[in-house]
Write a protein that binds this ligand. Structure first.
Ligand code: SF4
Ligand code: SF4
Length: 321
């Protein structure tokens, strides 16, 4: 962390004479409208370029950053979450309120909660006049702090068929921030989940910038638009790169044009290159596999634009007593 003293503040300022500008922690979330766009490989490549950052694998439903990072797990913790509602028939007076309130129609006419339909929202628990509904907390997954060759990594494994992935994303982002403070690192690289659902929303809020990885297809255009709208909603500046752009130049242009209209900063594109698959098979990032390839150079250019972008260079000014 660097601090720059730049002057004496005006007399009418209440506190003190010296103002500092401090660099603050920045989080870049790499995201895509659907899976399989190469976002994780690009996140791993950025980790190699960043040299000192915290890696956060927020794609908890299909985590695969560990395949490229070979994390050495240093700390393992259980992720506890609310599962599904359970009705105690001895206490239940069959008033029907829970059935009226449940938006998921998860409670049968004889007051049994359907384990598959229950989304674990907890509304019935809160409103049952007899306190007849329990919401047992159970282990839904695990999260880890690991060491990798590119710095510390926070990642997780959600249990099979478990819900609550949004909560787990929130948890590991918080842990990544704590770890960044502890390790005095001011950059967090987060491999976000695909889509626009609850885990994506959990991965966006409070981030400094999003990098949207799109593919040059018709659905890629719509996916990019949805993610861009989400970014706008949460007021997180968006940036764009089209992966495999040379497979369809017309669609690449359409995506870029739409992105510009939506206020997304177009950073540059990445060609189709089997290097991503080949390096992943070797458990390497693209720079370890072939740092001199045209694709590696394209990714490097994009990275330089990201680290020099305004959202990734915000500073915090504060007063020293
Ligand atoms: S709200 Fe409570 S008391 Fe009423 S039917 Fe549901 S479980 Fe029974
Ligand atoms: S927890 Fe939510 S989804 Fe589950 S039964 Fe209660 S109201 Fe329905």
């Amino acid at each position: 962390m660097e601090a720059e003293i730049f002057g004496i503040i005006p007399k009418n300022r209440k506190y003190s004479r010296v103002k500092e500008i401090k660099e603050i922690m920045h989080e870049l979330v790499i995201i895509s409208g659907k899976g399989g766009t190469g976002k994780t490989s690009i996140a791993a490549a950025f980790a190699a370029l960043a040299k000192s950052s915290i890696l956060c694998d927020a794609d908890v439903d299909a985590a695969d950053l560990h395949l490229l990072m070979a994390p050495d797990i240093k700390k393992k913790s259980d992720f506890m979450g609310g599962g599904i509602a359970v009705i105690d028939k001895d206490k239940c007076t069959q008033c029907d309120l829970c059935r009226d309130l449940c938006r998921f129609d998860a409670i049968s006419p004889d007051f049994v909660v359907n384990q598959i339909d229950c989304e674990g929202c907890g509304v019935c628990v809160d409103f049952c006049p007899e306190q007849a509904i329990d919401f047992p907390i159970k282990k839904c997954g695990e999260w880890f702090i690991s060491k990798t060759r590119f710095g510390p990594m926070v990642h997780a494994r959600l249990g099979i068929a478990e819900e609550n992935s949004g909560k787990l994303v929130t948890l590991i982002r918080q842990e990544a921030k704590k770890l960044a403070k502890k390790e005095n690192l001011d950059l967090i690289l987060t491999d976000g989940p695909p889509g626009i659902g609850c885990p994506v929303i959990a991965s966006i809020g409070g981030a400094n910038a999003l990098l949207i990885i799109a593919e040059p297809t018709v659905s890629g255009l719509h996916d990019m638009e949805r993610v861009a709208q989400l970014a706008a909603h949460f007021k997180v500046p968006g940036m764009l790169s089209v992966n495999k752009f040379d497979l369809n130049l017309d669609q690449t242009r359409n995506i870029e044009n739409l992105a510009k209209k939506l206020g997304i900063n177009v950073l540059g594109n990445i060609p189709f290159d089997p290097i991503f698959v080949k390096s992943m098979i070797q458990g390497q990032n693209i720079f370890e596999y072939n740092k001199d390839s045209a694709t590696s150079e394209a990714v490097k250019q994009i990275w330089h634009k990201i680290v020099n972008s305004p959202p990734m260079n915000t500073k915090q000014d504060f007063v020293v007593e």
